[in-house]
Design a protein around this ligand. Sequence first.
Ligand SMILES: *[C@@H]1O[C@H](CO)[C@@H](O)[C@H](O)[C@H]1NC(C)=O
Ligand SMILES: *[C@@H]1O[C@H](CO)[C@@H](O)[C@H](O)[C@H]1NC(C)=O
Ligand SMILES: *[C@@H]1O[C@H](CO)[C@@H](O)[C@H](O)[C@H]1NC(C)=O
Ligand SMILES: *[C@@H]1O[C@H](CO)[C@@H](O)[C@H](O)[C@H]1NC(C)=O
Ligand SMILES: *[C@@H]1O[C@H](CO)[C@@H](O)[C@H](O)[C@H]1NC(C)=O
Ligand SMILES: *[C@@H]1O[C@H](CO)[C@@H](O)[C@H](O)[C@H]1NC(C)=O
Ligand SMILES: *[C@@H]1O[C@H](CO)[C@@H](O)[C@H](O)[C@H]1NC(C)=O
Ligand SMILES: *[C@@H]1O[C@H](CO)[C@@H](O)[C@H](O)[C@H]1NC(C)=O
Ligand SMILES: *[C@@H]1O[C@H](CO)[C@@H](O)[C@H](O)[C@H]1NC(C)=O
Length: 603
Amino acid sequence: MLSRSFIGGLTTLSLAVTVAAKGGQNQIFKRTDDASTGELHDFQVYPPVLTPSANAEGKNEYGCVVTKTLMDYDFASSYGSPYVVVMEFSLTSKGRQYDRLALMYFNSTEVWRTSTAEPTTDGIYYTYTKEMHQYLPLWKEPQKLIFDLGNIVNSEYTGILNTTLTATFFTVPDTPAAADKILPISRLLGASNESSVAVLPGEETAVSYTLPRNLKRAVVSISACGQADEEFWYQNTLSSDTDTFEDVSGALYGDGPWREVQVLIDGMLAGVSWPFPVVFTGGIVPGFWKPIVGIDAFDLREHEIDITPFIPYLSDGKPHTFDLIVVSVNDNGGEYATIANTTTDSWYVTGKIFLFEDEEGHITTGSMPVIKDPLPSLQITRAITTNSTGANETLTETTTAKRTLLITSNLKTSSGEKEVSWSQDISYENFNQLTDYGWYQSTTQKTTGTDKTGSSIGYSLSYEYPINCDWWYFESGEELGIYGNISRSLTFDVLGPAVFPNGVQASVLDTSASKGASGLSGVKETFVSASLGSSLRTSQSATASYLSDTLATTNSVYNFGSLNQTMSFQGLSYDGSVEIYTRDVGVVNNTITHDQTLFEVGK
Ligand SMILES: *[C@@H]1O[C@H](CO)[C@@H](O)[C@H](O)[C@H]1NC(C)=O
Ligand SMILES: *[C@@H]1O[C@H](CO)[C@@H](O)[C@H](O)[C@H]1NC(C)=O
Ligand SMILES: *[C@@H]1O[C@H](CO)[C@@H](O)[C@H](O)[C@H]1NC(C)=O
Ligand SMILES: *[C@@H]1O[C@H](CO)[C@@H](O)[C@H](O)[C@H]1NC(C)=O
Ligand SMILES: *[C@@H]1O[C@H](CO)[C@@H](O)[C@H](O)[C@H]1NC(C)=O
Ligand SMILES: *[C@@H]1O[C@H](CO)[C@@H](O)[C@H](O)[C@H]1NC(C)=O
Ligand SMILES: *[C@@H]1O[C@H](CO)[C@@H](O)[C@H](O)[C@H]1NC(C)=O
Ligand SMILES: *[C@@H]1O[C@H](CO)[C@@H](O)[C@H](O)[C@H]1NC(C)=O
Ligand SMILES: *[C@@H]1O[C@H](CO)[C@@H](O)[C@H](O)[C@H]1NC(C)=O
């Protein structure tokens, strides 16, 4: 948490040495070095990714295996100056530093969003392997790589981030179809060596493209996360309630706890994403995330919106506008809720359009899209209790939301006419309770959704991501304490042709020579038959506390953290589901207490 407020720029750095409490939600306090000994090996729990090794000739049984170093760079004071050159990612760092958000681009197209683990005195090390097959059309051309990792190094924050990025190119017998073209929805600043992310509100992602006229499928992906006042948006309160505890524990963050990212094509709603609450490595209580980082913290998931029903409309050879906006809750003075078409600050947003082309020369026609997009139902309740002398003592809010969206059209491709559709059905509920004059907060939230194309494409995704968090904060004289516990999970079931790899493709191959997620060994040479989809389930539960005095001179700190995580990853094939990877790992005070990994493919 603490750290993310700095993403805005250097001007806020002076806040780092003082406690700047914002209600029970202090966002910034001095980061103190851990008393841990030895280098800490951070990791995210994720299904293994195939990266084959090669023989002396740079080959394996399927063909060439070529590894290239893309980047080898020390990020010191790098705010505003992303690294530029004409993917296993490793990072080491030592000293004191915040968690940092990093965006990697090919020119103006974001290809990976990650965040860094907070270093310790004795140093940290981690490595993350990411499948990049979905960007095949970009890999086929020379690219300018822009890696924007905004770091600040000074006498207080000493952690230089020492990074290495390599890409391995290899052949496999059977790969999923990648898009033919990928277009960025971003600020398009690659040509001037800048980061193309739009920080909403204020900056815009709106781009205009004249698309090829022979499209048969198109998908927009959304990459979006909140920072600063919006990093913990699920803990934000309705704007009418932000002053509830102002006199005692400080002001709260507003715009309610619900967010929606909208994809707009010429102003028409094409799809939405109700964000997954990614928690970065310094988030809520930093002790939760050492050395196991939060779900998706090293690889922020992008939401896919199939815009195929718009193809007849987009195939007219004329320019069309693609835009992404983030909306929140307007509580109309505490009475009822409507959509507010903006947020307080700092949504880091980009998108991409993945285009799949039909035969050359064919012009796709069809009917115009019919869009059924009733406004989401948004419901709120709010209650404040006061003590006997009239001071606000507790605040309880509930926010629920539900949305359905259906877009249909007929598409005439070279292979005939078919109905295409995109539907989304999403529910959300959030309960936020602040007690003890705002020093304690309990949040319970759950988002559940299903996205589907029609059967002619055959993609569907079911997702669920609850997050429950209790945390207590106090500040007294020079002492600062935070105690918290969290339990959260992610269910992500994909069927059919997703644009982003779901991890099964990689596991389909001979894995005997694979490396990737840590802890794998003795994997047999096996092969799974054609994969239809995958099913990922992972849960984290953690408790942590932090106590320090804020005198820069003493630096005393007590840090305790414990986390358990389970993961189960299955591939779905014509023969049923196949357990591919399971992991059950626990940590207490930086030390792994148990770690059972099972990685077996199609016995
Ligand atoms: C970064 O790592 C490389 C290779 O391990 C090393 O040579 C270099 O000195 C490191 N740089 C810093 C600033 O630690
Ligand atoms: C980089 O992106 C800009 C804007 O999107 C574009 O004008 C330029 O041609 C691109 N350069 C390369 C080398 O692709
Ligand atoms: C972008 O960076 C490259 C490599 O450092 C440099 O050669 C080029 O001049 C830069 N372009 C601009 C517009 O700054
Ligand atoms: C109590 O809460 C209400 C609603 O947030 C706020 O308007 C009011 O100023 C608060 N009272 C005090 C004394 O802070
Ligand atoms: C958002 O709402 C304001 C006020 O209703 C309006 O002026 C503005 O144009 C809207 N912006 C968008 C992007 O819809
Ligand atoms: C009510 O709360 C206020 C603010 O915390 C406090 O100053 C006051 O003493 C409390 N009154 C009682 C009766 O506890
Ligand atoms: C946090 O711990 C308290 C006390 O043990 C428990 O009642 C609560 O359910 C826990 N919350 C979460 C999110 O795990
Ligand atoms: C982790 O699991 C262990 C063993 O099952 C349990 O004792 C401990 O309370 C769990 N810790 C957390 C933070 O959930
Ligand atoms: C965790 O570390 C703290 C000191 O930083 C210590 O007080 C506590 O006893 C440790 N807990 C365990 C279970 O080792």
